[in-house]
Write a protein that binds this ligand. Structure first.
Ligand SMILES: NC(=O)Nc1ccc2c(c1)=C(Cc1cc(-c3cccc(C(=O)NCCN4CCCCC4)c3)c[nH]1)C(=O)N=2
Length: 297
């Protein structure tokens, strides 16, 4: 198969921007299929010493392949100045845009999307991947309103791929050498203190996302990143009065400062204790059914 290049695509509008990448809507001229093409400037990546993150995102996307609930990496190519990642186009945009439009979601809707996120986190756990920057902006919605998790530029691979050096070896026994910090509102307390990376960091972010789905805002809010970090480390958040007590209990059991004590923290492959929480009493984990219409609450 001939290697793709930018000449095989018609580039459209910008649909995403990051500090090291721009994402374009693009159409394959041979198939008319739409893709999201993530473009990275080589000079900027090298100048900011981020090549390790770019290579890791590619490796993680290759490990994920065509897994349900994740964007797919179809191909990559480069020219003199740029790197190109051809990714799934999620027609209905990102969850943050949706949450901002609908303020907060009906409980059945929260339950469905929470269950899809749990299944996605189980896939990451099974494949030894910690996302480390999970947030509504990185949860996309495909044409059938199912989630597609994206942006693995900050991810860590905890289980070595056969024959490859394990990153945790490079990091020593998870000593504080991970300088990376995710997005302030969703970053876990252990990343702020000892830098230890585990699947439990994504469970903390899941707790923050659940809170935001039912309240409309993230749990830890302040005028600066430093003040947000202070609130996280003091577990300083509260629920408005009208929030369902069952979802409150689930969130409280995820937003626990000690990673090992979080619901699901000591489980692998299947997050049994999360699946068995009363909030998911009526959930059929083998068939979540169609995504519900996201209606304002
Ligand atoms: N950091 C990253 O990796 N970022 C990525 C990676 C892959 C990727 C990605 C980001 C995507 C983001 C995205 C953005 C959008 C989008 C942004 C702005 C407008 C629209 C748009 O008009 N969509 C058409 C229909 N919409 C539906 C939702 C309500 C408005 C109208 C889509 C769709 N998907 C995407 O589809 N695929």
């Amino acid at each position: 198969v001939k290697k793709r290049s930018q000449d095989d695509y018609v580039f459209g509008k910008v649909i995403g921007e990051g500090s090291f990448s721009t994402v374009y809507l693009a159409k394959d001229i041979h198939t008319n299929k739409e893709f999201a093409i993530k473009v990275l400037e080589k000079r900027h990546i090298i100048k900011e010493n981020k090549m390790e993150y770019v290579m890791r995102e590619k490796k993680v996307l290759q490990i994920l392949g065509n897994s349900t609930y994740f964007v797919r990496l179809y191909c990559t190519f480069q020219d003199g100045e740029r790197l190109y990642f051809v990714l799934t186009y999620a027609k209905n945009g990102d969850f943050l845009t949706f949450l901002n439009k609908t303020s907060s979601l009906m409980l059945d809707c929260v339950r469905h999307y929470a269950a899809e996120i749990v299944l996605a986190l189980e896939t990451l756990n099974t494949k030894g991947i910690v996302h480390r920057d999970l947030k509504p902006e990185n949860i996309l919605l495909d044409e059938n309103w199912h989630i597609l998790i994206t942006d693995f530029g900050s991810a860590k691979i905890l289980i070595p791929v056969e024959g490859e050096k394990n990153e945790s070896d490079e990091e020593g026994s998870q000593k504080r050498r991970n300088s990376f910090v995710g997005t302030a509102q969703y970053v876990s307390p252990e990343i702020l203190t000892d830098g230890k990376v585990s699947f439990a960091s994504d469970l903390w972010a899941f707790g923050c996302i659940l809170y935001q789905m039912v309240v409309g805002l993230p749990p830890f809010r302040a005028g600066s990143e430093y003040l947000i970090f202070q609130k996280i480390l003091k577990l300083e958040y509260e629920f408005p009065t009208d929030i369902d007590t069952t979802i409150q209990d689930l969130i409280k059991n995820l937003l626990i400062l000690t990673p090992e004590k979080r619901l699901g923290a000591n489980e692998s492959k299947i997050y049994t204790s999360i699946r068995q929480h009363p909030f998911f009493r009526d959930t059929n984990w083998n068939n979540l059914g169609p995504a519900p219409k996201i209606l304002p609450s």
